[in-house]
Design a protein. Structure first.
Length: 335
């Protein structure tokens, strides 16, 4: 008992150095978005979705992976968490990067049938229930996550405080990418915790919503976007602002202050390519490239070949297993 008390006290001291509230848990199988991004390394994540989440809200939310909560939920989850903010637990100001609507969140491959959901609770508590939901069959990953897009798979009975919790569910027939949404409601407090996990059932791509047919629009003469000023670090950009970077024009998707490494072609979550300037500078012909290898430290603009294709390094990094250029477009640009 003394050893446990000391360990808990030490852990509490460390947590106080980062945040004023306790942190408690998340789903690690299938990995929640916040857990997966934390495992990728908040300072240099691999996936484009995790990088976009960091661009929007920084790295701290990933270090606080076990704190996606509502302190006074008391079972009223739909009332305290608006549609479109389910992944952030209704806290978009901190965890809004997890709410980003994008089809490239890394997903765990699953199949219909029996499945085990696993919570990793760093601070166990007495439990009123766990609930597990999955998106409906016609949901599309390009749609926001809403309460109406979910169906419940299971609600558990009350239980004691447990650090590792396994919940048995039966996954229904699905195709393509879906979301498993989990809720942990404490019984010793009105506080609840929320977890969003991306899964992929395979069997073909998810059907894309059929665009609403529109009458043939009156053609608008394609106007070349006005060339904006050169993109610069430290400048505050508003949605709709135009900038030029490497003789290409980009439109700002959402307001932000530009930071080092956030140039338009690297952060598509913030910038949309809309055209080229009238006097583009030819891209240097990739003449000095070497085969891509793990363990090599690459610098921005380094050239490599992989599968007889040449790629340019978007940002400096040390190559790891599984980070080959076609797999990690956040790090490599195909030429």
């Amino acid at each position: 008992m003394k050893q446990f008390t000391i360990a808990l006290a030490c852990g509490f001291t460390l947590l106080l150095g980062r945040q004023p509230v306790f942190a408690h848990g998340t789903v690690i199988s299938p990995a929640s978005r916040v857990w997966r991004c934390f495992q990728e390394n908040p300072e240099n994540p691999v996936s484009a979705a995790c990088r976009a989440a960091i661009v929007l809200r920084g790295t701290q939310p990933l270090y606080d992976w076990n704190e996606i909560n509502q302190p006074a939920a008391n079972g009223n989850h739909r009332q305290v968490i608006p549609n479109g903010t389910l992944a952030s637990g209704g806290r978009p100001g901190k965890y809004g990067g997890l709410d980003l609507v994008r089809p490239d969140w890394t997903a765990e491959r699953v199949s219909p049938g029996p499945y085990r959901i696993q919570w990793n609770n760093s601070a166990p508590h007495a439990t009123a229930y766990y609930e597990v939901y999955i998106t409906k069959a016609d949901w599309n990953p390009s749609q926001p996550l809403t309460w109406d897009s979910l169906i419940r798979l299971v609600r558990t009975s009350p239980s004691g405080a447990t650090g590792a919790v396994n919940i048995s569910v039966t996954l229904p027939q699905r195709t393509g990418k879906h979301v498993i949404y989990s809720i942990w409601q404490r019984s010793d407090s009105p506080e609840a915790f929320y977890s969003t996990s991306d899964v992929d059932f395979g069997g073909g791509a998810m059907p894309t919503p059929t665009p609403t047919p529109t009458p043939t629009p009156t053609p608008t003469p394609p106007s070349t976007p006005t060339e904006g000023p050169q993109w610069q670090e430290g400048v505050s950009y508003k949605t709709g602002d135009l900038v030029t970077f490497n003789n290409v024009t980009y439109r700002c998707r959402q307001s932000h202050t530009a930071q080092a490494g956030w140039s338009p072609p690297v952060v598509p979550a913030l910038w949309e390519k809309v055209g080229s300037t009238s006097n583009p500078v030819p891209v240097p012909s990739p003449t000095e490239s070497s085969p891509w290898q793990t363990g090599i430290s690459y610098k921005t603009d380094d050239l490599v070949t992989f599968g007889n294709v040449t790629y340019r390094c978007r940002q400096s990094h040390t190559a790891q297993a599984g980070w080959s250029p076609p797999v990690v477009p956040a790090l490599w640009e195909k030429l």
